[in-house]
Design a protein around this ligand. Structure first.
Ligand code: COI
Length: 354
């Protein structure tokens, strides 16, 4: 089922690949779908990218009923366009929707609409190594009403942004600060939902991290302030004495799609991988006794991002001489190889657009 398309009459100039950065430029079109309790989700359409007009009383502005996703489209070495596991993003969007009392979308229809949108703006997918078209689906509550209850109206919108590396460091190791003062989430809270409020409450920590020269925050659990959870924009992995360890999904951690993919790759390559609780003390001890071999993050925006330094209680741990470790490199090459069509997609993760 295709949705109606209104093409722009004033296409924008495309930015040069080396000026992309992350999430700064937007394509010519966007997808919009409305919801009302009377009509359900309706009126899906692709229209020129433009500002939206909302009533100032829209619930999203006051109570933060908003969720989003992040995925990417790539141009392969054969010049084809592909999407990476988009079905998982729409499934996760619905999971977040449930937690935020937002009505579920039809995942199949959302995927069809996305494919159509990417086709319309296909010329915006950058082809240079390390670049892609970052896709941001999101849902906001639009009912004009200040009562604290779930909205009866919503907008589901997909916008797209040709992007380069999320971190200025690219694939070079980043510096991360372990956060002790603030917490991101607690079990039973909204930590595993991709809701805007989680990111709003994390800003103070990233700001303080930046002021000290670190790229992001590594969050600990909200109850004991002891177990590692995730980094602001990625899930986290540690290689200790030959085994890769990543925090298990407890309900307060975002279930990353790149996280899941990389666990599958590690298993496929027979590299020991454990999903379990990991205390920050275990990481520090491993560093002290020389068994902390690698630390890296995974995420759609971040891809595979090695961590070269960790700041914990005023002390800086240097990891693997601030070099990219073997496992980080292997995962990076496998993931970007599949996404660029350079290596076979044995996992059936990619969807090629015709
Ligand atoms: C992503 O990796 O897509 C994210 O959502 C992380 C971030 C840029 C918010």
């Amino acid at each position: 089922m295709s949705v109606p398309v209104t093409l722009t009459t004033s296409p924008k100039q495309k930015p040069a690949a080396d000026s992309l950065g992350f999430g700064k430029f937007f394509t010519d079109h966007m997808f919009v779908l409305d919801y009302s309790s009377a009509k359900g989700w309706h009126d899906g359409r692709i229209i020129p990218y433009e500002p939206i007009s909302l009533d100032p009383a829209s619930k999203v502005f006051h109570y933060g009923q908003a969720i989003f996703e992040g995925l990417k489209a790539y141009i392969t070495v054969d010049g084809e366009a592909l999407l990476f596991r988009p079905d998982r993003n729409f499934a996760r969007l619905n999971h977040s929707a449930e937690r935020l009392c937002i009505p579920a979308i039809d995942e199949q229809q959302a995927l069809e609409a996305l494919k159509q949108l990417v086709e319309v703006d296909r010329a915006w997918i950058p082809a240079e190594a390390g670049t892609s078209l970052y896709i941001r689906p999101f849902i906001i509550a639009t009912e004009a009403d200040l009562g604290v209850d779930e909205s009866t109206e919503y907008k589901f919108i997909i916008i797209m942004s040709p992007s380069g590396s999320y971190y200025a460091e690219g694939i070079n190791p980043v510096k991360i600060m372990v956060e002790k003062k603030y917490v991101r989430a607690v079990v039973g809270g909204t930590g595993e939902a991709k809701t805007s409020g989680n990111y709003a409450s994390s800003l103070i920590s990233s700001k303080e991290a930046h002021e000290q020269g670190y790229s992001q925050t590594l969050w600990l659990d909200g109850k004991e302030n002891k177990y590692v959870e995730e980094v602001g924009s990625m899930n986290i992995f540690f290689k200790i004495n030959g085994t890769v360890v990543t925090p298990e999904l407890t309900g307060s951690i975002l279930p990353g799609i790149t996280r899941d993919s990389m666990i599958q790759v590690l298993k496929h390559k027979n590299i020991p991988i454990e999903e379990r609780h990991i205390a920050i003390d275990e990481v520090i001890d491993a560093h002290t006794n020389g068994t902390l071999e690698e630390v890296f993050g995974t995420g759609t925006a971040a891809v595979i991002s090695p961590v070269g330094r960790l700041l914990w209680e005023g002390e800086e741990l240097v990891i693997n001489n601030e070099e990219i470790g073997d496992v980080s490199q292997l995962l990076y090459d496998t993931l970007t190889g599949i996404q660029s069509g350079k290596i076979n997609d044995d996992f059936n993760w990619t969807i090629r657009l015709t």
